[in-house]
Write a new protein. Structure first.
Length: 547
């Protein structure tokens, strides 16, 4: 490489010294990043991407983590083992980082202004008035609307896309030479993802900064990266310019990553199949109260008059951006959210039933949540988690019989039955999602709401979960409502698709019609964002999607 590297990582190793022994998380990783260049670090969860990135800024929990070998130099300055004073000068000033989950990275007790301003105080020593002006400038730069009104907002008052923009504003406050972006778009809607990627490219050009982009989404890599390093089990197994690596991958792991995508389209369900769930004119309105007397002045119309029918063996895909009402609709159908309108399950109107009357039906109506780590109790073993539903509904005559049912459920989702003695934190994200599916399936339900069950998973793990859900549906004639913003996964699983926006149905029809002949501009913009990011940028700019 003719240009002198801005950052050089040479033979980096990272060990974690745990009570049970040492874990080699990163093994001899080397790469360079030049000024203005974007290098993508790709691989599945656990491959060592984020550990490598955190090593650059020396943010690992030392001495739990150690570097048996390796060097990291930034503009000729060695960072491994550098004094804290040197690291403070580099962190947040010359090298900035965007973390994967802004909701956990931003302080919930501080306003947006205070959190961005802190970076300016620490590194620039700005006066309050100058800092406020700079914060407003940064928020405007990253496209946060009504910036002045947002200054006093707290993280929980912003959408996922807005929080990610605030994180970018913080990272760019001091115009760094290198930006480390760790999975900055993983859990975002496809339209917001397209906006964030476009924003990062524009800001990179404006400031002339280099970027280390960490992701498991290869579609994103093709759009943003000049070069790519593919990581597996802590090692770089392939590297090179992005085009050649994706067009003619040499390593079998790279080939597998490129091929690992939910494929195919679901065979249509017969119109003669029994009707499992039928809802008519469902509404979920949340009151907006103001004043001393807390009078209701308006409503948030989260779900505004939606009707849907789902048959045995059928999957209804529900798509739309965050805040469109997808999850609220799903929770209303299974009576986990109060609503108005008629909801009929298996020929019986369940809308007016009490919690006691609903309990027997809960066995046949199940839900798999987006975040299995949050929905699985950390204090219960996997066996206890899956068995809990059996106990509640009195299934299985004794403990031995229930244990057999738990083993069958684990085998059905392709997990080793011996894992029932372990706890959720001991599993990967994909394995935890399989446990959550097993918990639902052990009760032999007829209708399952799947709420973003693959959104935070690696592409290869997504494909496995999609295959598993297809298999379970065929075997047990299950009816699914599949809620997602990932249209690739929806296309692979759904018979019928509902497109939602602001609590209403924008468009609905067969999956074939929605994906090949969409009637509405909004639907076309969503499809463009999912399958062609460049077209998505044009659609967003034209106003088909408003953020």
């Amino acid at each position: 490489m003719s240009k002198k590297p801005l950052l050089s990582v040479d033979n980096l190793a990272v060990d974690f010294n745990l009570p049970g022994g040492s874990v080699n998380a990163v093994k001899g990783v080397s790469f360079d990043i030049c000024e203005g260049e974007t290098l993508a670090l790709v691989g599945e969860s656990g491959s060592g991407k984020s550990v490598t990135a955190l090593s650059i800024l020396q943010l690992l929990p030392y001495p739990l983590a150690s570097h048996p070998s390796g060097s990291i130099t930034f503009k000729g300055q060695e960072l491994v083992g550098a004094k804290e004073q040197i690291l403070r000068q580099v962190r947040g000033d010359r090298i900035s980082m965007i973390f994967q989950e802004p909701m956990t990275s931003l302080n919930p007790l501080h306003t947006i202004e205070k959190q961005i301003r802190e970076v300016l105080y620490l590194h620039k020593g700005m006066a309050p008035d100058a800092a406020r002006a700079r914060v407003l400038e940064l928020l405007d730069l990253v496209g946060v609307g009504n910036a002045e009104q947002r200054l006093t907002a707290y993280p929980h008052e912003l959408s996922g896309g807005q929080r990610q923009r605030v994180m970018i504003a913080m990272a760019l406050a001091n115009e760094p030479d290198l930006l480390v972006a760790d999975e900055p778009t993983t859990a975002l809607d496809v339209t917001i993802q397209a906006q964030i990627l476009k924003l990062l490219k524009e800001l990179q050009t404006k400031f002339g900064m280099a970027m280390l982009f960490i992701t498991h989404d290869l579609g994103v890599v093709c759009k943003v990266a000049d070069r790519v390093c593919v990581m597996q089990h802590g090692k770089i197994v392939e590297e090179g310019e992005t085009g050649p690596v994706f067009e003619t991958p040499q390593h079998s792991y790279t080939q597998r990553l490129i091929e690992a995508e939910p494929k195919g389209e679901k065979a249509p369900t017969s119109d003669a199949a029994p009707l499992v769930m039928n809802a008519d004119n469902v509404k979920v309105w949340f009151p907006i109260k103001k004043g001393v007397m807390r009078r209701t002045v308006d409503y948030v119309r989260a779900v505004d008059g939606i009707s849907v029918s789902i048959r045995e063996g059928q999957t209804i895909g529900v798509v739309g951006e965050s805040g469109s009402g997808k999850t609220t609709l799903g929770m209303a159908l299974i009576r986990l959210q109060s609503s108005e309108g008629e909801i009929v399950f298996d020929g019986r109107n369940i809308q007016g039933l009490s919690a006691r009357s609903l309990r027997p039906l809960r066995r046949e109506i199940q839900v798999v949540f987006q975040d299995p780590y949050g929905s699985l109790s950390p204090r219960m073993s996997v066996g206890q988690i899956i068995e809990e539903g059996l106990r509640v509904h009195g299934i299985g005559g004794d403990e031995q019989e229930r244990d057999k049912l738990v083993i069958q459920a684990l085998e059905e989702v392709d997990l080793d039955p011996e894992t029932r003695h372990r706890y959720p934190h001991e599993f990967s994200g994909g394995q935890r999602q399989r446990i959550a599916i097993a918990r639902a399936m052990v009760l032999k339900p007829r209708f399952v709401v799947l709420d973003e069950p693959t959104s935070a998973l690696d592409r290869s793990v997504q494909a496995q979960i999609v295959d598993l859900l297809r298999s379970l549906q065929e075997r047990h004639k299950l009816a699914y409502m599949f809620i997602s913003h990932d249209l690739r996964v929806v296309r692979a699983l759904s018979d019928h698709v509902i497109v939602m926006r602001n609590g209403k149905v924008v468009e609905q029809g067969s999956a074939d019609q929605i994906f090949h002949e969409p009637a509405e501009d909004y639907t076309r913009a969503l499809l463009a964002a999912a399958f062609d990011l460049e077209t998505a940028e044009e659609a967003i700019a034209a106003g088909s999607v408003n953020m």
